[in-house]
Every structure is written in structure tokens, then in C-alpha cells.
Design a protein. Structure first.
Length: 282
């Protein structure tokens, strides 16, 4: 594996770059993309003012939209679903969709993940017949995937660290996978690496991110970009629960555990010399 040209990047609230969206009242905050050296994926936030809408469009890659705040009305070729916080919709490449904030008073904040470091959008003018699904699920054979957080499988990777997968190859995604993780006070994952880039957005609480001895404190809606092959870990040193949304530039989650010294900086990491004690954590 070639050593990444770019190292980690931290996207702070106060330095957020807000871009105009594709419709009135919709703006975008980019996180990972080719601009920071990301390979094969990109992430960001979409902010919808009350009543605003992103019109029908397609992408040449997978997209996953996860609601963080508010409620979304998502339409896929006319099939209409309601998404509540921590729920996710995946749209395969080429499938027309649009997103609306139906609330007349509250903003909608959604996390976006694309299976491309340079995603593009094509506007669609075709009219679709509406079919109301509300909090229902897609039927067999329909291309979209809706993950209802309350129904998602919760698994524990480490003590008091709980994970729920929202999108991955097994759910129809291509080139990306991701989900939610809850860390109770004091919880953490061991030092590890990935064979692909990662984006981690803090949703609630605060997190300590360690990358080869460098320490970063992250607050809600702040994001860390970790290139492939770089040792890192996240810890919750606070007295409150910490929640993150993680995205990998890979089809399924996979982690390789390495010695904690590579994260705290007491040991020097070299990509060409893999730690013989490395183990997989899936």
C-alpha cells in the first residue's frame, strides 16, 4: 500500500465552508473529498431551511443521506418516505431522488456520503406519480434502501461502544459503508487502521481523537478525515455519551487492531513494516 500523500484533516465548526445548494434554502458544508486527499468517497452536511427542497436529481455513484436533526421527506421516483433522526436512505447510482424539509419552523440537518471523491449531480425534470410510504420500507426489488434506526442491529465492538450499520454493500451501497456509534463515558476502541479512508463526524458529546500521537478534541458537527493505513482511535473522556457517524471508503466495515503505542505516539508507525500483532476487528 502506498503511503497517503495527505495526512489527517480536522473540519471545525468555526472554519466550516458553507456552499449554496441546488435549491433555495439549501446549503452544503463539505467535509472529506478530493480537496483533502480523500480517495473514493466524500462526506458533508446538507442544511435545509424550513420548507426548503432539493429537487429531483441523480448521481453517478452511491449516496447515503442520514438525518441528524429535524425530519426529512425523501422521494425516490415518486415513492415517498419520512426519515427521522438517525435514519438513513441509500440511493444507488442513477436513481432519481429529492429531499424536502416539511417542517415550517425547524431546519433539517442531514449527513451525506457519496461513493466518489468528486460527486456530481444531474437535475431531473421528469414528473413521478406520488406513492406515500411514510415510515414504511421499500418493497422487494426497489432500488432504494431505508434503514430505520430503531430496527437496526446493535453490536458491541468494545465495552460500552455500541455500533449500528446504516449503509454497506449488503444494503445495496457501492464503495461506501457507514453507521452510528455510541460511546458511553470512558469507552473507546483500540488503536487501529483501515485499508481505506475514513470520515468521522461527531453528532453528540465530545471525542478525543488520537492519530500517531497527535490529539484533537472534536465537538458536534466536527469531522475528522483519517487516510487509509494511519493508526488512530477515538475515546470518550467526558461524563456524557458521545455519538459519531462514521463512513468508510469501502463496501463493508473492517478494522485492523495495532499496538496502542502507534496512536499515543510512543511508537513510530511505518506503513512498510506491519505490526506482527495486528488483528482484525469487524
Amino acid at each position: 500500500m502506498d503511503k497517503p500523500i495527505f495526512s489527517e484533516r480536522i473540519f471545525r465548526q468555526e472554519a466550516a465552508k458553507v456552499l449554496p445548494g441546488m435549491g433555495p434554502g439549501v446549503s452544503m458544508i463539505p467535509f472529506t473529498s478530493n480537496a483533502c486527499g480523500a480517495m473514493g468517497f466524500s462526506t458533508g452536511l446538507a442544511i435545509f431551511e424550513p420548507g426548503s427542497m432539493l429537487p429531483y436529481h441523480t448521481h453517478p455513484c452511491s449516496e447515503a443521506v442520514t438525518v441528524l436533526k429535524g425530519s426529512a421527506r425523501v422521494q425516490i421516483e415518486g415513492r415517498t418516505y419520512r426519515l427521522e433522526p438517525k435514519e438513513c436512505a441509500h440511493f444507488p447510482a442513477g436513481v432519481a431522488h429529492r429531499v424536502t424539509n416539511p417542517d415550517p419552523e425547524r431546519e433539517l440537518i442531514a449527513h451525506t456520503a457519496f461513493g466518489s471523491a468528486t460527486p456530481t449531480r444531474n437535475l431531473i425534470t421528469m414528473a413521478y406519480s406520488l406513492e406515500e410510504r411514510d415510515l414504511g420500507d421499500p418493497l422487494a426489488g426497489e432500488p432504494e434502501n431505508i434503514r430505520r434506526f430503531r430496527m437496526g442491529e446493535v453490536y458491541q465492538l468494545q465495552e460500552n461502544a455500541f455500533f449500528t450499520d446504516l449503509f454497506a454493500r449488503r444494503f445495496g451501497a457501492s464503495g461506501i459503508c457507514g453507521g452510528y456509534a455510541r460511546f458511553l463515558p470512558g469507552a473507546s476502541l483500540p488503536c487501529h487502521t483501515h485499508d481505506y479512508d475514513e470520515s468521522i463526524t461527531i453528532v453528540a458529546g465530545s471525542a478525543m481523537c488520537l492519530v500517531e500521537g497527535r490529539k484533537y478534541q472534536l465537538r458536534p458537527y466536527e469531522t475528522a478525515f483519517i487516510p487509509m493505513g494511519i493508526p488512530h482511535r477515538f475515546l470518550n473522556h467526558s461524563n456524557e455519551e458521545m455519538v459519531m457517524l462514521w463512513v468508510y471508503a469501502g463496501d463493508e466495515p473492517d478494522r485492523t487492531i495495532v499496538d496502542s503505542g502507534y496512536c499515543d505516539g510512543t511508537m513510530l508507525w511505518q506503513d512498510s513494516l506491519k505490526d506482527s500483532s495486528a488483528t482484525r476487528l469487524s
